[in-house]
Design a protein around this ligand. Structure first.
Ligand code: PMP
Length: 334
């Protein structure tokens, strides 16, 4: 019997799920890559493994060493999971507005957790800048050294998607994929998958789905980093161009309101049994927009980044949604 182990066998290789309702709505075949089925529950398990393996190969991580990262949660969960298997410690700096479910998961895995008040990226107390300072300090103090994972700029992030997520999508669609679209946190997924698909077919259309409050839509439509509105989604939307996104061309971009994204999540749960978080709602709305742009008969792939259970207290809580003036279905209120 094969002796499958968490590492390296179980991260990635996720199913590509046919999304029936949005496919019927648009006349395209829309698929979601089920990244919520990774062992740490999100697409960021791939990033975590890629970053840690690259640091090991570069000789930057010593056994017993410390990995520091600023993350809204999912990267921290992936890093701590992989670190537990490979014998490292993790220090995770997260904003206080990250969902309580992600914080609990980080605590359960044994991460050393530093919660900081949510602040704009320009503020030196923003969780990413705090993580850099903590990493510099710990590198001096720790017996086995410390590294800053720096997922926004670390090329190992997009590389792992170039090496795994993109080729998996190509294979699972039997090369028939016409368009790929997703939102951006670090840009690792979009950059890596775009590179892998374009390498196999230059005509694949690459799209960006940007939540409100993010500056990337305006950046790709006029070159200016400007944002408007806000979003309750987590892990996506940035006010700067992450290193991992620099130089990536997109063929199509759209801005998605939470009001438009959330019904896709609720319908997917109720009608197709698939539970996903807010960023997947933005991604699905983006896939619908790209389907409308390309017209019926095309095959479009997006990312189902993490699970709805990670946001039970927010996305699936009518009180929370009501407070934020967001729509929720009748069945949720009962
Ligand atoms: N969705 C969720 C829930 C995430 O945590 C992230 C990672 N920040 C993303 C989407 C975006 O992925 P990437 O960092 O590869 O752009």
């Amino acid at each position: 019997m094969p002796k499958q182990r968490l590492l390296p066998d179980v991260i990635g290789h996720t199913p590509l799920l046919y999304l029936r309702e949005v496919s019927e709505l648009t006349g395209c075949d829309i698929y979601g890559k089920a990244e919520f089925m990774n062992p740490g529950g999100s697409v960021k398990d791939r990033t975590a493994l890629g970053i840690i393996q690259a640091a090991e190969q570069a000789g930057e991580l010593q056994p017993g060493g410390v990995i520091v990262e600023g993350t809204a949660g999912n990267t921290g969960i992936g890093l701590t999971l992989v670190a537990n298997v490979l014998g490292y410690e993790c220090v995770i700096v997260a904003p206080q507005n990250a969902s309580q479910e992600k914080i609990q998961q980080l605590e359960m895995l044994g991460a050393e957790l530093l919660l900081v008040p949510a602040a704009p990226y320009t503020d030196p107390h923003h969780y990413i800048h705090t993580a850099e300072r903590v990493a510099t300090g710990r590198a001096r103090e720790e017996e086995h050294g410390a590294i800053w994972a720096r997922q926004f700029d670390n090329p190992a992030n997009q590389q792992v998607h170039f090496d795994t997520t993109g080729p998996e999508i190509w294979k699972q669609t039997e090369g028939k994929v016409d368009g790929f679209i997703c939102s951006v946190g670090t840009g690792g997924t979009l950059a890596g998958v775009a590179g892998a698909l374009r390498e196999r077919n230059r005509d694949v259309k690459i799209g960006l789905a940007d939540p409100m409050g993010s500056a990337l839509y305006s950046y790709f439509n006029g070159g200016e980093l400007k944002s408007e509105g806000e979003s309750i989604t987590e892990g996506i939307g940035v006010s700067f161009v992450p290193g991992n996104l620099a130089g990536v061309d997109v063929d199509f971009s759209c801005r998605v309101d939470d009001d438009d994204a959330l019904p896709y999540i609720f319908d997917l749960l109720k009608h197709e049994g698939i539970s996903v978080g807010g960023s997947s709602g933005i991604n699905i709305a983006g896939a619908v927009a790209l389907a409308r742009e390309l017209g019926p008969g095309h095959t479009i792939v997006t990312i189902l980044s993490d699970s709805g259970s990670r946001y039970q207290s927010k996305l699936f809580n009518p009180e929370f949604l009501w407070k934020h003036k967001l729509p929720y279905p009748e069945w949720m209120a009962n």
